[in-house]
Design a protein around this ligand. Sequence first.
Ligand code: PLP
Length: 482
Amino acid sequence: MSELPAPPRHMTPEEFRRHGHAVIDWLADYMARVETLPVLSRVEPGAVRAALPPAPPEHGESFADCLADVERIVVPGLTHWQHPRFLAYFPANASGPSILGELLSAGLGVQGMLWATSPACTELETHVMDWLADMLGLPAQFRSSSTGGGVIQDTASSSALVAMLAARERATGGAANAEGARQPLVAYTSTEAHSSILKGVRIAGIGERNLRLVPTTSDRAMDAEALGRMIEADRAAGLLPFFVSATIGTTSTGAIDPVPAIAALGRRHGLWVHVDAAHAGPAALVPELRWTHDGLDTVDSYCFNPHKWMLTNFDCDCFWVADRAALIGALSVLPEYLRNRATESGAVIDYRDWQVQLGRRFRALKLWLVIRHYGVEGLRAHVRHHVALTRWLTAAIDADPDFERVGAAPLTLVCFRLRGDDDRNQALLDAVNEGGETYITHTRVDGRLVLRIAVGATSTEHRHVEQAWEVIRTRARALGAA
Ligand code: PLP
């Protein structure tokens, strides 16, 4: 017999232990020093690639060299999302227990497409999602013991898409997957909704023309009366309204759509009502903020991202449906090679039927560790802390005659302007972000450029918000009078 080729040289368990310790040490040091780094990366386009060799190494390199290059090449090219003065977009929380959960998941290396491919991967997920449903006070039908259940998706975009696919199937009595919808389907969301709804409409083949952007009221929340009129007009025109997505905490300004009124319209006209609380979800952990989640009792699906504001690193989106049969009916395909006794017994959940892709990561581990590490009380403290910091900031902006606030700030997003025109606000935004001490972003409200501060990075404390506000005021003064 000819000689077999030698296997590659794997990292031995002992080497893994040594390098693993070095990586954890490096990360612990990073957490301790991130505050001293410029928040926004200052590299020019192409600089990171220019520092990399044009060709991959033919022979393996030492792990220590690789880690040194993370410091030398990668770190300067990072915008530091874990910086306590990162106040841009919405935060992307990481935390110790979550990172360790992610590491455990990678180390175990399981792929949980079916219950049978790792029962713990599925059952821990179902259990944690039921815990979370209780923690957030979600309606009983979202529990796995009822007609619905929860599943972890990668992102809120995926949740909106699968909700839309389930809605499409339900509205067409199961015909959409088999032969395509015969009647044009129409979806609704507000002009302020996240772009993932439009993307979902495109992917689901609904057609961009068939997405109605419902106008908002003065608080930038969906105008439910306008929604009702639009649905009726579409029905009168022979179209089939099938889906509406409401937002709790819009990306642009944090507006909260009137979910009770939207849900009532959904019920009356047979629409699937999806609620996107990608950022604002953790507010429901706190009794005094749970009003933000009023009206979920009769909605069909709901999602939020622990990877934004619940201390769980990206990616982790929690998605619940009231009727899991509708979701599974839309997404389940069972080829011969996936058949197994557990699936056929009907006694288990196969989460591959609840998502777009087949394979799935063991995300429940990090969520489980986060909930166990902080406890529900600790998670509530996280939310309350950031809401209190935001209240302080709102009061500081209101007290400063050079600035005006735009809209309410019920949670952790504050929108405001420097008095004067858009050019002045753009100049302030650029000056603040070029300085490196903090990072804020902008939006447009009623055609005007508006600055936004999103409090909520894991390590943000009062002093960081004070420092950031001082940077903004100083840069504004340097621009001179309006
Ligand atoms: N929905 C809202 C309200 C958001 O703010 C965002 C992102 O900021 C999304 C959806 C999209 O989130 P994801 O990246 O999880 O798809």
